[in-house]
Design a protein around this ligand. Sequence first.
Ligand code: GLU
Length: 619
Amino acid sequence: MPTPARRRSRTAVALIAAAALTGTLSAARAAPDNHRHPGEPPRTPVATGYGGAVASVNPYATQAGLDVLKHGGNAVDAAVATAAALGVVEPYSSGIGGGGFFVYYDARTHKVSTIDGRETGPAAMTGSFFLDPATGQPLPFTDAVNSGLSVGVPGTLMTWTTALDKWGTIPLRKALQGGIGIAENGFVVSPLFSAVTQQNQQRFSQIAPTAQLFLPNGAPPPAGSVLKNPDLAATYKLIAKDGPGVFYHGVLGQEVAATAQHPPTIANPTMNFRPGVLQASDIAKYTAPVQAPTHVDYKGLDVYSIAPPSSGGTTVGEALNILSDFDVSSADQVQALHHYEEASRIAFADRNRWVGDAAFSAVPTKGLTSAAYGKDRACLISPAGTLTSPVPPGDPSAPNGGTACPAAGPAGTEAAGTEGVSTTHLVTADKWGDVVSYTLTIEQTGGSAITVPHRGFLLNNEMTDFDFTPLHPGVPDPNLPDAGKRPRSSMSPTIVLKDGRPYLAVGSPGGATIITTVLQILVNRLDLGMSLPDAIAAPRASQRDRSVTDVEPAFLSLPQVPALEALGEKFVTVTPTFGPTPEIGAATGLEFLPNGQVQAAAEPVRRGVGSAMVVYPVR
Ligand code: GLU
């Protein structure tokens, strides 16, 4: 039975779809503003003002970041504080048991840098890691997820430490304070949190510390109740006191490894949580390298995102390069959407073939993001019909700049698309003009379902982002498991500069749909003339080199759909995975407006409404 809040949300989706047709999105979006679950801080998805801003999926977390900005902290300090709070209030999507990718624009140097906080494979991992030794066949995906095998070395705490050490102004112990307060005092459970717990109830009930924490009294915490996490408060306090070494070289790391090796199931579990192979020595070796972002020039704008092991930067970048060749504008919305989907289809064919951890195979990042290769691949697009997926991957090593459409190679294989749809994205900016765009995850909603006993956080299942078997028979797969290797990600935290100054920051969760969500928001904003809040609110479609294009229900109401179907598009509504509503992504973003204002934007409906705040609403 939908709750009244959920009913309102559905109405709002319909309003947005209708408004998209009439150009009155802003008015439609006003309806769910200041949405509030009883007892929770208000959820305001758009805020415009001065002095810095934060947007995340959760008002407690956004407030934690804003508090840091108000006390003189910078965007990096605020990002870590927001992330630490998300570890408490969004524990199924983030936390110190997981990893992520951090993008930072430094207002002093005008440089964009990134931190790769991706999880790594244990030393005992081999290419056949996810094959059943008894049969030689890949393990069923959910068996791999719900096991110690799926747990990689967590990178999130190292990401926070690295970011603060390099660019922050406050120590880690201060950045953790907001999260500690929320974990101690508790947060009001939203209807969505309760519903998502219920979706995971069966597997959560198998792991004693997970059941204890997230199924109090044997059931999901009801909406409106207050959930505390004193174990996580104590863990954060231990880290605040002893520093991150207590995790990477101390007792927390030892406990993480022991928990992955011996998942703490209840007596007589009905599910088989296979033991993992993670060692404390794997955790001790972990690094979160600072690395160069990907860069493409899209119609005079500089678009920066994450290089491999994420496929986010190369795939969004390649699709933008392909689109550079076309006049994608609101004048012909059928062709605009057609080109958006075809560019994404082609870029995914290349992503599936070429992108993995660049420390393990030569990933042609430069070629994939080159304008010349974009032109080569743009050759494939016909305004008269869709390509057939799987599209043969191209060869980015020697692009000819579209002077002759290169001959197609052998067809690829349709990727299964098994990445989780959890994860969370946050953006921050400060009064000095620094900007952070940060996506973090524990992979599936609820990760491996394994909570570290007495520590209050879930362990990731990021290792299931590896391909269990080669994707293209007979073709090397850059994303097979290996010791110390980082599985390919789709996370695409992005910062766009205009004339060398911040213009947009955006990102989203959603597994492989992250890439299409970020791309669609950029196209909506940069080409179709929508404001950033409208670009985020608009109904989503996700084409990932598959025979069908996933869409949200509201997308099917767009007037362009029959014409797109006539071109060969086959749309299917996504299955709900995070809560009861079929949704793609949960974006947050920032736009730096010409008058010196910053606009922070979160979802007006998806994920139970996000939260945007600015330091000063008026100057
Ligand atoms: N593990 C996924 C990735 O790295 C993210 C999962 C999600 O967004 O839910 O791309």
